[in-house]
Design a protein around this ligand. Sequence first.
Ligand code: NAD
Length: 407
Amino acid sequence: MTDPFESTKTFVGRAGKLLKLPLRVLERLEEPERLVTVRFPVRMDDGRECLFRGFRSQHNSARGPYKGGIRFSPAVNESEVKALSSWMTWKCAVADIPFGGGKGGVIVDVKKLSKGELERLSRAYVRAIAPVIGPTKDVPAPDMNTTPEIMDWMADEYSKIVGKKTLATFTGKNIKNGGSQGRTEATGFGGVIILKALARREKLAPGQTSVAAQGLGNVGHYFARFAAEAGFKVVAMSDSRGAIYDKNGLNVSAVLNYKKENGSLKGYPAEEITNEALLALPVDVLVPAAMEDVITEANVSKVKARYIIEMANGPITPEADSALKKKKIFIVPDILANSAGVTGSYFEWYQNMHKERWTKDKVLKKLEQKILIAFAESLRTMTKRKVDLRTAVYINAVQKVAAAIKD
Ligand code: NAD
């Protein structure tokens, strides 16, 4: 797997060079400002006490408090949380929300924990990192294997530590515990706002524009749903077990219902293909919305789409990115395409801070405005500097963060 820290460094370094940033600024942007490593005990159901290791990486706070998810996974490590916290700095800058980048994680296999153990682990991790988080310091959110319920426990634990209800320390909570309307669908919704804007720019009629979406988790599900509602021809969808294809367009709501009832797409009445074959379909728009590193040097020559919207984080390796550029495939990069997720989190934080409760309609309207501004700004830089969109997006983000450092 590509080291995510190295690929982020490649894109940031390229933008820094084009901006002619002084070396001392670039060096500051390379590494997180703080990396906290914690080791904490958790009482297991059988009475034993187990020690767990966790991290919180705080990349850059020049534009505001750190913001970023917490993942629970056996694969969590220092290099990964550092890379992901840096990613969040650029994503927050692209979306123009007043946060810097953070990321945390605990090395744990959640499948081996009972619900009680999971709750005690979540609360113990918060006690361990409590000195470095808070609504104006660092605002964590869910990530891999962490859920709204876990955020509720964490917000409750933090409130107990500081002695007052402090909901704005965590986002991604359940709505009854201070979560925001619209956050669940925000990322997929934002991706489709980009898809619609791209179609307008390229003069593509939605009904004649074929879309293949990989992944049917939170992001893929809502992307496919909103794309179909906007009239796009979604011809392929997939989950980890395989993909389905119909060149005339799938009935997206029927597919989503089938997946809900059966747990997978196996047996759905459409042509069954592999995830690898989905990436090679002759479609207008390819949407990797599952995981990182799916388009690599090994399969990039097979990609036939004209446009790629990166809804997952890091689905294209830097080597594959260069090859796609040569093939003149237009890529909307992850830190722009999926930035509505963190923007939705910012709206939750804002509502908590100001004791407000917005309707879903208001949240989605505000998301649409923000993402359209970010997309337009990125396209302007792309044209002005004669660079690809990914480089343009990084130029804008690095410029904003560098300016805040200078201030
Ligand atoms: P998720 O865990 O809900 O869903 C992941 C999906 O990918 C599932 O449908 C799973 O079946 C599928 N999948 C797993 N392995 C696969 C494989 N080998 N081939 C094809 N599909 C496979 O995750 P999510 O929240 O939907 O996130 C997806 C991606 O988007 C991740 O890269 C994540 O970091 C990124 N992202 C998510 C959000 C968000 O708000 N959820 C925001 C920004 C970025």
